[in-house]
Design a protein around this ligand. Structure first.
Ligand code: ASP
Length: 329
């Protein structure tokens, strides 16, 4: 399946996931993700395209690290820069696929669009040795889509039949084979895609997610602040509302220079910039980003604003561009 000639090819990067998983325990549906090499998965499918593969990792994506994201981002940028690469497919676990899609969109979505080359994530909900394994058809469909000429580039996911733009991808079910949804965005919604820098693996800003819920207490926020956390994403209730017990600790954190973004634990729909009850007035809304996606976006915005020569934009400006709001200043 691998191609050593000089003709154009699709680059397939294996990172692991259930698509590379093997059943451990027949009868109970137990399996281990990240067991089968990408070369073996490719040998099981038919495609008209020449393929080259790279095994970047073979992990369960619930263990995704910032260091691996940095490595993947650099690998994708290098692949896009190679004139022989027609498009890139990444096999990935489904648990954190939407975070990786967000990361890639924000660090190389503009570049891939300008080149008209697609970066396509794919995976599966059933392990590779399951009798109804969905991996081979998803991998084939992702390769076909990545190899299609003429359309826009950008970061996409192919899980099931319909390609979904990376930033809109949502894992909406824990176990169904059709687990993925596409967030619908209003007409005219635009995200400015000026690619952001990739943090080196030990330089990712520290950002945590705090959930608001009945009976919430602020102790974790204070602990994180004392330990030096740089940003907090609120996985708020409803449209990003926050418990009265959490709001004062978050406000103190912001007054001391901490970054706070309000998202919703619902995981779908829009979170705007202000709350009717006036709580967390200085926090930005996460727009259509789920808390996990907003966390990646806030890390990249904080990293971008800390770069020498990038002082003209604040993290709020970067974040507002990402979520399609007009710039803050
Ligand atoms: N835990 C697996 C993973 O994310 C789930 C999957 O791939 O479907 O790697």
């Amino acid at each position: 399946m691998s191609n050593s000639s000089n003709s154009p090819f699709i680059l397939v990067i294996g990172t692991g996931g259930t698509i590379a998983g093997l059943t451990t325990d027949s009868g109970n549906g137990g399996y281990q993700a990240g067991q089968v090499p990408i070369a073996t998965l490719l040998a099981q499918i038919e495609t008209k395209f020449s393929i080259k593969n790279i095994q970047l990792s073979n992990i369960d994506s619930c263990d995704m690290s910032e260091s691996l994201l940095s490595k993947l981002g650099l690998q994708v940028r290098a692949g896009l820069a190679d004139p022989k690469v027609m498009g890139i497919v990444i096999t990935h676990g489904t648990d954190t696929m939407e975070e990786t899609a967000t990361f890639l969109e924000l660090v190389c979505g503009g570049y891939s669009n300008n080149l008209g080359k697609k970066v396509v994530l794919t995976g599966s909900m059933l392990p590779s040795d399951h009798p109804e394994a969905d991996g081979p058809r998803n991998l084939s469909a992702a390769i076909e889509f990545a190899g299609e000429g003429g359309g826009p580039g950008g970061v996409w996911a192919v899980m099931g039949s319909k390609p979904v733009p990376g930033l809109r991808l949502i894992k909406g079910h824990s176990s169904r084979v059709d687990a993925f949804l596409e967030e619908t965005l209003p007409n005219g919604w635009t995200q400015v895609s000026n690619d952001l820098p990739i943090p080196p693996d030990n330089q990712w800003p520290w950002v945590e997610i705090i959930t608001s819920h009945s009976g919430a207490i602020p102790d974790t926020i204070r602990l994180l602040r004392d330990r030096g956390v740089q940003g907090i994403v609120l996985a708020g209730t409803g449209a990003g509302t926050v418990h009265e017990n959490l709001a004062p600790a978050l406000e103190q954190f912001m007054e001391a220079g901490g970054a706070v973004v309000r998202a919703s634990r619902i995981g779908r729909g829009y979170v705007g910039g202000t709350l009717a009850n006036g709580r967390l007035g200085m926090a930005l809304g996460a727009g259509f980003l789920t808390p996990a996606k907003a966390r990646i976006a806030l890390q990249l915005a904080l990293f971008a604003t800390a770069q020498p020569g990038a002082k003209t934009l604040s993290w709020q400006d970067y974040f507002a561009r990402i979520v399609g709001l007009s710039e803050v200043r």
